[in-house]
Design a binder for this molecule. Structure first.
Ligand code: FE2
Ligand code: FE2
Length: 236
């Protein structure tokens, strides 16, 4: 391992066991200087809601990668499954094992204790579980070399479609109902303290400025499949 800042080394160690497709260290080293260099110092003092919502932004960018692969499958185009496998790894390690764990450990129990939005919390939790099963399928099928079998192709398309269908309303409901209500069930002091706890946890798992590293990683996956350039989405 080259002489890297401790935070970066910790991040690479974590991700090296996280799955072959998750991260290519040289790539991260190069890209982290590209997009993350714009980040201002001190910009990490963010509230729990902003923290969770920008994580939804990462989720949304992976959903675009899933959309793209669904289109490739529908039009019977061949593709290298490694980008999809890496995208599923981002979902597994960043969204499921980190973001959703924050919701499950810090938000859901407080709503239950306050007796608020309990049905919503139950549904969100059930969807996290369903999402994990779909991710396992997507991960497994995307690593099957070139999907020779029609049944595998159909299974992968079904899993991607089910994931997209569930997560768009899931995160929209959290952004517009759960997160805004969270402020009203905790004291301002607890709310601020949780923001710090979230950042600490993010640093522990992904290294300093870990969020930006994950964003860079997703941007690299977008580049590989040709959907990085934002202007392509502007109507002509
Ligand atoms: Fe959630
Ligand atoms: Fe969420």
């Amino acid at each position: 391992m080259p002489d890297l800042p401790s935070g970066r080394r910790r991040f690479l160690q974590h991700t090296s066991v996280a799955g072959a497709g998750l991260l290519i260290p040289e790539l991260v080293f190069a890209t982290s200087q590209r997009e993350s260099s714009n980040k201002e110092k001190g910009a990490e003092n963010i509230s729990p809601a902003e923290d969770l919502m920008r994580e939804h932004g990462v989720l949304n960018r992976v959903l675009l990668i899933y959309d793209h692969h669904l289109h490739l499958l529908a039009t019977k185009q061949t593709f290298d499954g490694s980008v999809l496998a890496s995208a599923a790894d981002v979902i597994r390690h960043f969204v499921e094992d980190y973001h959703e764990k924050l919701e499950e450990d810090f938000l859901f129990p407080r709503f239950r204790k306050a007796g608020k939005l309990i049905n919503l919390v139950d549904t969100l939790l059930a969807q996290h579980k369903a999402g994990r099963m779909l991710t396992a399928q997507i991960r497994e099928l995307s690593s099957v070399a070139t999907l020779k079998y029609v049944s595998d192709t159909d299974k992968l398309a079904d899993a991607l479609r089910a994931f997209l269908r569930m997560y768009r309303p899931h995160e929209a409901r959290e952004d517009t109902v759960l997160f805004p209500a969270f402020r009203s069930i905790v004291s301002p002091h607890e709310y601020d303290a949780l923001g710090e706890d979230f950042e600490k946890k993010e640093d522990e798992l992904f290294g300093e400025e870990g969020f930006f590293k994950v964003v860079d990683q997703v941007a690299d996956l977008e580049r590989k499949v040709g959907i990085y350039d934002l202007s392509q989405f502007t109507p002509k």
